[in-house]
Ligand binder design. Structure first.
Ligand SMILES: [Zn+2]
Length: 145
């Protein structure tokens, strides 16, 4: 049996996509180009996510966008066995993890297609999945898998 096309697997996610805002648009546009970006403070050089209009560390409003390799490790995770939305049914059970990025920020993501169990501290690598004609989603897989 053939695997369903990526677009088919993620079709039900479309209604979960939040509206574009001035803050999230650059991140989402970068993802749709296949790039992960973070905000970086021009004053204290710290990276941050989620995006905000000021630096979480020093309060500066001088922020820029920097491409991230997205490499990091599992900081925490849960395994989800309930399909809280029909979009997730094909992926049950799946893992939701907090990823500790090498640049410093942590981000939350669903690891929908893991084939092995994860542990805290495992190294992970990002994968960007196209879910609609204009939107992509960040997910993670174990490094080397
Ligand atoms: Zn700062």
């Amino acid at each position: 049996m053939n695997e369903p096309a990526i677009a088919d697997k993620f079709a039900a996610f479309e209604e979960l996509i939040p509206p574009l805002t001035d803050l999230n648009a650059p991140y989402r546009e970068a993802l749709s180009r296949g790039e992960l970006i973070l905000q970086r403070c021009k004053s204290c050089s710290s990276y941050q996510y989620p995006f905000e209009s000021f630096c979480y560390e020093c309060g500066s409003t001088e922020l820029e966008h920097k491409i991230s390799l997205g490499q990091g490790s599992i900081y925490s995770f849960v395994k989800v066995h309930q399909p809280y939305h029909s979009a997730f049914k094909p992926f049950i059970p799946y893992t939701v993890a907090t990823i500790q990025l090498d640049e410093g920020p942590r981000l939350l993501c669903a690891m929908l297609e893991l084939t092995t169990e994860v542990e805290i501290g495992d190294r992970v690598t990002p994968r960007i999945e196209r879910i609609t004609a204009s939107e992509s989603m960040l997910t993670y897989e174990l490094e080397g898998s």
